[in-house]
Design a protein around this ligand. Structure first.
Ligand SMILES: CC(=O)SCCNC(=O)CCNC(=O)[C@H](O)C(C)(C)COP(=O)(O)OP(=O)(O)OC[C@H]1O[C@@H](n2cnc3c(N)ncnc32)[C@H](O)[C@@H]1OP(=O)(O)O
Ligand SMILES: O=C([O-])CC(=O)C(=O)O
Length: 379
């Protein structure tokens, strides 16, 4: 090994700014999150997810006419492509739903007539079509696992109501639609998180939009990132009831386990999105009359934050919220995909508009140069 001084490295790129972005601002100091300048809490309170998607792509909220046009486009592109359905049907029901949605997006890419066209118009068109098409994959995947038939979309319903309708074959009640829409808005965008950065790395090689989204889905699947919303529900199942939270935590901490749904790379004093998602969870708890679930939520959050000073992130309230709506636990992260595809594609377009190949340096830390041993030729 060389004994030359080693340059400083920033493991996990922690704290390293790598580019500018105009899409969102995560501010840990003020505990705030802005999408194109708008506080996410205000958007969650007064905009629909369709409006937020439009905002992320275009930089401005739509006016009435623009929104009507976009809604019409989204409703016209909601159907599950029969070829995608055929592929999904061929996958085993024990395949993880994230593998299914990743495969479905890959099939969509291979079938997309615009794959090679990276003009801004084509990229926007592909983004909107992915946004419209992913809910049918996620909803159908849950149904096929339950042995149920595909439910066709309804074009008289908004994005969130229709998404839930395709999954559960009934028009959901308003508090449920509202909570779901809030979750979609909060999950939509979060600057250079691991999956978005992955999408930007793939785009930086001048690869296509679908390839970047497929790679981003792979990054989101991990439990340190989007997979945590599923993991939170497994934790709740393990604990069972509020009274057991403290004893469960004793064991988890003694075993040096990570407690899923807590902690964040950027926010160290709490995730800006949690109060809004917690309010949505509260309304669901009331709607479904599940104070027991809320008691467990509070018991674990209070105990862990008090002991370790580590706060819940967005996945902590989202997990139980999706559970109350009736989603299977393994479908929680695909719901995150359905939302984050808006942020990913906005970043893909931003990266392409001002591209530089992303290729950092490594510091070699292996054996010094040496010669390959010469073997005697075998007689
Ligand atoms: C939408 C999202 O993607 S939000 C993130 C979702 N992910 C999770 O909820 C998974 C659980 N959380 C974690 O693993 C981490 O908090 C991360 C990966 C999100 C952020 O991690 P980092 O910024 O790299 O912080 P790091 O992992 O170094 O944590 C610092 C210390 O806090 C501890 N810590 C952080 N989060 C947790 C946690 N959830 N449970 C237990 N300990 C934790 C670490 O073990 C570490 O302790 P140490 O200094 O004694 O080694
Ligand atoms: O920003 C991050 O590192 C993770 C996160 O909260 C997100 O992607 O929403």
């Amino acid at each position: 090994m060389s004994d030359a001084p080693k340059p400083e490295i920033f493991k996990g790129l922690a704290g390293v700014p790598v580019d500018y972005t105009a899409i969102s601002k995560v501010n840990a100091e003020t505990n705030s999150l802005l999408y194109r300048g708008y506080p996410v809490q205000q958007l969650a309170a007064s905009a629909t997810f369709e409006e937020v998607a439009y905002l992320l792509w275009h930089g401005e909220l739509p006016d009435e006419r623009q929104l009507a046009e976009f809604e019409q486009f989204e409703r016209a592109n909601r159907h599950l492509d029969p070829v995608v359905k055929h592929v999904v049907d061929a996958l085993p029901t024990n395949a993880h739903p994230m593998d299914v949605v990743r495969t479905a997006v890959s099939v969509m890419g291979a079938r997309d007539g615009l794959t090679a066209d990276d003009s801004p118009e084509a990229e926007l068109d592909k983004s909107k079509r992915l946004f419209a098409a992913i809910p049918a994959v996620v909803a159908y995947d849950q149904r096929r696992r339950r042995g149920l038939e595909l439910v066709e979309p309804r074009d008289d319903l908004g994005y969130s109501a229709n998404f839930l309708f395709m999954a559960f074959d009934e028009v959901p009640e308003l508090p449920v639609v509202d909570a779901f829409d809030v979750s979609m808005i909060l999950y939509a965008e979060h600057s250079f998180n691991a999956s978005t950065f992955t999408a930007r790395v793939v785009t930086s090689t001048l690869s296509d939009l679908h390839s970047a989204v497929v790679a981003a889905i792979g990054a989101l699947k991990g439990p340190l990132h989007g997979g945590a919303n599923e993991a939170v529900m497994h934790t709740f199942d393990e604990i069972g009831e509020a009274e057991r939270a403290s004893a469960w935590l004793d064991e988890a901490l003694a075993a040096k386990r990570k407690v899923m749904g807590f902690g964040h790379r950027v926010y160290k004093n709490g995730d800006s999105r949690v109060p809004t998602m917690k309010a949505a969870l509260d309304s669901l708890v009331e709607h479904y009359d599940r104070p027991d679930l809320l008691a467990l939520y509070e018991a674990l959050a209070n105990e862990f934050t008090e002991r370790k000073g580590i706060h819940p992130n967005l996945d902590y309230p989202s997990g139980p919220a999706y559970h109350l709506m009736g989603w299977d636990t393994e479908q929680f992260t695909p719901l995150f995909v359905a939302s984050r595809v808006t942020g990913w594609t906005a970043h893909i377009m931003e990266q392409r508009a001002s591209n530089a190949l992303i290729r950092p340096l490594s510091v070699y830390d292996g054996v010094d140069q040496r010669d390959v041993p010469q073997r005697e030729p075998v007689e």
